[in-house]
Design a protein around this ligand. Structure first.
Ligand code: HEM
Length: 454
């Protein structure tokens, strides 16, 4: 049997990138395989993956062309997208062309800054509840399951934002998302009936008068710009399921990794706390205030850099194109990995080290914009970015202000069997009441701190 991939070498019209002779095999861990070949072949290589010709691309200038300047030539495609389409139907993630365009226009206003701001109190309340339960655990000297707790909190926030007053009736049905991280056939069959639940709520809402201010209400009130029509009958159900899946596991994964990094770097927890002590604070931090918390935002950026929850974006070329000197024949699949870009030694010093100071403005000059792309880029970027950023910053500020999390966590492996970059095992940590912070620790070191290891 021939184990070698039928590797094209030269094509009429241009060079093709180098790449491994051996095709990806189903028993290989895709994440490890892609990483290994990146080390061997660099920031653009050809590979045979799932029987298709794939370019694995990890340089900002190529990402710029695919996601922004020539984005219309690259349809969203690939195995994960197919799985999402099977599970959720053609919602915003899985659709392309005219359907995507019209849906994106109709959904976008529900994620505008002003709409997101209306969720502020709800997000703060969910985090206050979590903080209080961790405070109680600190007093009892009990460890908490950080992975599960943040996942449940994010699920609650996502569902409340989407369903508003219908939250109590939908929440029990969606609990499976926080309880079961395997995204296998069993999960798919448990997930499918959720469509029926959402369908019933949509039908009820359609017969109600008056629009609700939650995301579902905004989706039902939206009208297509070209024809003035509402979404087709089953489309809101697909979109709602898509938003739950896209919004929950990503944000939960980020918070999980953030606590992992912080628990291994108490000095960063101290500096965060010192920033909280130095800056004004309200019961609920106002939106205008958030940007002043610069060190907090650097910690979030550094977590997004090291552990971008969506580690792979996939596309398919519609017509021939060029990436630099390389020809991209029509039909080529493209994998862009924020993980590889954001840990590329060509773009980052000591790329595997946790060092929030690298995001201080004076340390960021000259870095290409897409050296960071955890939320993608261009017209198909993450629609929920502002929502996710608000959620992440509120969580960090409200919890780290009062508690530090301690763990003897050894270096943790990643699991990428589903869509997202999850931790291989759940993180258990000991919350401790924070002593009064030392104000001087807020001052950044003169030289950027020696980065600490992840
Ligand atoms: C830390 C949290 C999040 C991260 C890292 C993240 C990351 C991403 C990335 C990288 C993409 C682009 C994928 C591609 O180009 O192939 C994307 C798209 C998307 N995200 Fe997020 N996301 C997050 C949170 C959210 C939230 C909270 C929502 C909604 C509640 C959401 C909804 C979506 C949707 C619907 C798309 C598809 C947009 C389109 O194709 O037009 N995401 N996300």
């Amino acid at each position: 049997m021939n184990n070698l991939a039928s590797k094209p070498t030269i094509a009429a019209g241009g060079r093709l990138p180098p790449g491994p002779d051996r095709p990806y095999r189903a028993e290989d861990d895709l994440f490890a395989w892609i990483n290994d070949n990146f080390r061997r072949y660099g920031d653009i290589y050809w590979a045979s993956i799932f029987g298709g010709d794939v370019y694995v691309v990890s340089a900002p200038n190529y990402a710029e062309r695919i996601l922004r300047s020539n984005w219309q030539n690259y349809a969203r495609a690939g195995q994960v997208v197919k799985r999402i389409a099977l599970l959720l139907g053609n919602g915003l993630i899985a659709s392309n062309g005219q359907l995507w365009k019209s849906q994106r226009q109709m959904i976008q206003p529900a994620f505008a800054k002003v709409a997101v701001a209306s969720f502020q109190e709800m997000i703060a309340a969910a985090n206050a509840e979590l903080r209080d339960s961790w405070l109680a655990a600190a007093r009892r000297q009990q460890r908490v399951n950080v992975t599960r707790d943040v996942s449940a909190m994010v699920l609650q926030v996502t569902l409340r934002a989407i369903f508003g007053r219908d939250y109590p009736s939908v929440a029990p049905h969606f609990a499976i998302l926080a309880e079961d991280t395997a995204r296998d056939i069993g999960f798919a069959s448990a997930f499918r009936p959720l469509g029926k639940i959402v369908h019933e709520i949509v039908a009820r809402r359609r017969s109600d008068s008056g629009a609700a201010g939650d995301i579902l209400g905004r989706l039902l009130a939206a009208r297509d710009r070209a024809h003035g029509q509402p979404m087709a009958a089953a489309q809101p159900v697909r979109e709602v399921l898509t938003l739950v899946v896209a919004g929950h596991e990503t944000t939960a994964s980020l918070l999980n990794w953030m606590w992992y990094l912080l628990s291994r770097h108490p000095e960063v927890q101290r500096r965060l706390c010192a920033e909280f002590a130095r800056l004004p604070w309200d019961e609920i931090p106002s939106l205008a205030m958030l940007a002043n918390y610069t060190y907090t935002q650097q910690v979030i950026a550094e977590t997004l850099r090291l552990y971008p929850p969506l580690w792979l974006m996939t596309r398919k070329a519609i017509k021939d194109d060029y990436l630099g000197e390389f020809l991209v024949p029509a039909g080529t699949e493209i994998y862009i990995s924020p993980y590889l870009i954001q840990r590329s030694p060509a773009l980052w010093d000591e790329p595997d080290e946790f060092n929030p100071d690298r995001f201080r403005p004076q340390n960021s000059a000259g870095r290409p914009e897409l050296a960071m792309c955890p939320f993608g880029a261009g017209p198909r970027n993450c629609i929920g970015e502002a929502f996710a950023r608000l959620e992440i910053q509120y969580h960090l500020m409200m919890i780290a202000r009062e508690l530090r999390l301690v763990s003897g966590e050894p270096e943790a492996g990643v699991s990428t069997t589903g869509m997202n970059l999850l931790s291989q095992h759940e993180f258990f940590m000991q919350p401790q009441l924070r002593a009064a912070p030392m104000a001087q620790a807020a001052q950044p070191a003169q030289k950027p701190n020696r980065p600490a290891s992840v």
